[in-house]
Design a binder for this molecule. Structure first.
Ligand code: MN
Length: 728
């Protein structure tokens, strides 16, 4: 083995071990913290991860192979349960869980650690072709743990991010090596990488297409006579067609076979032409066009459907404006520190100047800088490329510095090594500090998971569990049931009924639950049975609320909603419905209300309900301070808000006895008041709520366990989360 090969492997091993080790910091910080564990393993800390986990779990659960057969659903998953069994993340996870001797929980928790660290390989290999392996090592050390890359690939951050940078970096590596060496093998590797990348992350087309454009420009401007470039472009086009993976693989292999033989070179332009034709005919350009179109004609989407034109609240309205990201945040997330970031940018420009081939890395930097307009999650794309920038600066500076002071021989080598080590540690330090301080919790705690796994044993897999969309994926993963809303299904029209149920009376909630579940299932059925018609005639699919309104003979949704507080004729019951009500929802209750506190007919928002939760209260003797300007007088039970003093309607105290049964003392104070105070003793929480909130399903069932015996039946009453079954 050549010395350079040995060094390459050695550097890769160092960087990989370092990357993995840094991700174990979190693991050791929470090593014996029971609430973060389930089944003897850590739980994951990203909500979306439960989506892929559900798919992987279902894939492992059965052996049927025909997805259209009824048995497929019986063995794997249920009709319309939205389990992502056909996604790459679920498939790869199932594969690992099958071949590795670890528990499923361990596999999903550690996958990001070991997969994301692979990013060091293409980084070091790219540096190798630039004849600067030390730069590769330094860049790999930094990129693997840089702020945003760490955040999105840490232990338990089980999401597609774990390969979303690794795969394009491998693509960049094979493109650079292809253009540099013109070896046939890189034609194949480039195409295969595109196939894998597309399989893993279907939205990868824009990055692939920018790479393609750059290579095309390079070929036409600087290297027009070199047939190799056109072979590379044809291979990429075939790999980027919009058809099934296996068909693309077939074309890629056939083209590779042809390109390897010189006698076929005369057909090259025909093959390139065919690949471009194939790309456009299969609609390879459509998603790119769709995106451009979306930017240019942003507001021209007209709604010509003849519906009621309902106005829903959208999730985007609750997410803080994507608008301006402070420069410091942006810089920190890419390089860990503003100074390092600025040096990285300068170093990168210097590197581009010295090593023109690095121009091919521009699409990644471009995508990373999109974070400025498109949101923080894009920053990770710029991380590895800008790490090259600072690494190049460090190696160049050390080299020049040694020359300057006139050191020679072994002494010069040692001095250079020392200098590079010190500078590298300086660059790594802010990122290490970030990791050490980044103590994110798991998505759920052990108690909540216990509730869900118990529920899974009681509920049928076709039953629905209603809860806010934030909890959708974990509910489906742990209980294997269906949900109305989840991390991917939470538009205003989907959230409206769920928000309505949680924030309205038990009667209204019960009626709406039965309606929305049956309408949801019927809609799936309709869409499946009329698939062709819907596509051909471009039929509008109306919201459930709209369909209900019309079915019950109303033109005004508000009139329909009013009837829900009475006994109405409900659709036939096809399955059981459960409500999952976690204590933690108190934190987002005001947000939950927004989605149904809106007049659907004209979009006017309703008056914000009074809702206030305090865990930071102080007992001042005669009164309790709930917040800076909020006091409760213990004797008169009057509430002082700023300079206003109001009586309260009731004071309720809840507490658990030794056998964990909830008790409540209700003290009626003043019937003319609209405000009630609830002291949840064991939760160390005060709630101050208006009458509408007090009567909401969430407060009545979760906080007070005041359920209407005709409508609900308690199933699990854990202090962390309560589950009720709908009786109608
Ligand atoms: Mn299922």
């Amino acid at each position: 083995m050549r010395a350079e090969d040995k060094k390459t492997i050695f550097y890769i091993l160092i960087a990989y071990t370092f990357s993995v080790a840094m991700r174990f910091i979190w693991v050791y910080q929470f090593g014996d913290y029971a609430p973060f564990h389930f089944n003897g393993q850590f739980m994951i800390n990203t909500n979306d991860g439960y989506y892929w986990a559900e798919g992987a779990r279902d894939l492992l659960s059965g052996t049927a192979t025909n997805p259209d057969a009824k048995e497929f659903y019986d063995k794997f998953h249920q009709f319309n349960d939205l389990s992502p069994v056909s996604t790459a993340a679920a498939q790869l996870t199932a594969f690992f869980a099958k071949i590795l001797p670890f528990s499923f929980e361990s596999v999903i928790f550690y996958m990001p650690v070991f997969l994301s660290s692979l990013v060091v390989i293409p980084i070091i290999l790219i540096a190798r072709v630039l004849k600067n392996l030390e730069m590769g090592l330094i860049a790999a050390l930094l990129a693997s743990i840089a702020w945003s890359y760490y955040n999105r690939t840490m232990a338990g951050y089980y999401d597609t991010d774990m390969l979303n940078i690794v795969l394009p970096m491998f693509l960049l590596w094979s493109i650079i090596w292809a253009v540099k060496t013109n070896k046939d093998i890189y034609l194949l590797l480039t195409a295969l990488d595109i196939l894998v990348y597309r399989w893993w992350y279907p939205q990868s087309y824009s990055l692939e297409f920018s790479f393609f454009g750059l290579i095309l420009a390079y070929a036409l401007l600087f290297d027009r006579k070199n047939l190799y470039n056109y072979k590379l472009l044809a291979m990429m086009m075939f790999a980027m067609m919009n058809t099934h993976e296996l068909i693309r693989l077939g074309f890629v292999l056939a083209a590779f076979y042809t390109f390897k033989q010189e006698k076929y070179d005369k057909y090259l332009y025909y093959i390139l032409g065919a690949s471009i034709l194939g790309f456009f005919i299969t609609g390879g350009f459509d998603p790119i066009w769709g995106q451009l179109h979306g930017y240019v004609f942003r507001d021209s989407i007209s709604s010509e459907n003849k519906g009621l034109g309902l106005h829903f609240f959208t999730v985007m309205q609750t997410v803080r404006e994507a608008g301006h990201i402070p420069f410091e945040t942006f810089a920190n997330r890419i390089s860990g520190n503003v100074v390092v970031f600025i040096l990285s940018v300068l170093g990168y420009i210097y590197l581009l100047y010295k090593q023109r081939i690095m121009i091919f890395s521009l699409p990644l930097v471009g995508l990373g800088f999109l974070a400025y307009v498109g949101g923080l999650r894009f920053t990770i794309y710029a991380v590895p490329v800008l790490a090259f920038g600072i690494a190049f600066l460090i190696t160049e500076f050390s080299e020049k510095f040694i020359k300057q002071i006139g050191a020679q021989g072994t002494q010069a080598k040692r001095l250079k090594f020392l200098l590079m080590t010190i500078l590298t540690l300086g660059v790594l330090y802010p990122n290490y500090k970030h990791i050490d301080a980044y103590k994110v919790p798991t998505v759920f705690n052990a108690n909540e998971v216990k509730v869900l796994t118990d529920l899974g044993k009681k509920a049928h897999r076709d039953d629905y569990v209603i809860s806010w969309w934030d909890y959708g994926y974990p509910i489906r993963y742990y209980a294997d049931v269906k949900t109305l809303a989840d991390g991917g299904k939470h538009s205003g029209s989907v959230n409206f009924p769920v928000s309505f149920m949680l924030t309205h009376t038990q009667k209204e909630a019960a009626n709406m639950a039965r309606l929305d579940v049956e309408y949801t299932e019927n809609k799936f059925k309709f869409q499946k049975e009329h698939k062709k018609e819907i596509e051909d005639k471009n039929l509008t699919i109306f919201s459930n609320i709209e369909e209900m309104t019309k079915d019950y003979g109303f033109k005004n949704t508000n009139d329909f909603l009013h009837t829900l507080s009475s006994d109405i004729k409900l659709p036939k019951k096809t399955r059981d419905i459960y409500f999952y009500l976690p204590y933690r929802m108190i934190n987002i209750y005001p947000t939950v209300t927004l989605f149904s506190n809106i007049n659907l007919m004209n979009g006017a928002k309703g008056k914000q309900p009074f809702f206030f939760a305090s865990r930071n209260f102080k007992d001042l003797g005669s009164k309790i301070q709930l917040a800076q300007n909020v006091f409760l007088d213990k004797r008169t039970l009057q509430l002082t808000l700023g300079n206003k003093t109001v009586p309260i309607r009731r004071f309720v105290k809840t507490y658990y006895d030794k056998s964990m049964r909830l008790h409540k003392d209700v003290q009626l104070v003043n019937f003319s008041s609209d405000i009630s105070v609830i002291y949840m003793q064991n939760y160390n929480t005060f709630l101050v709520v208006d009458e509408k909130t007090y009567n909401s399903l969430y407060i009545q069932l979760m906080v007070l366990e005041n359920y209407d015996k005709n409508l609900f039946e308690p199933v699990i009453l854990n202090p962390s989360a309560k589950v009720y079954k709908l009786k109608i």
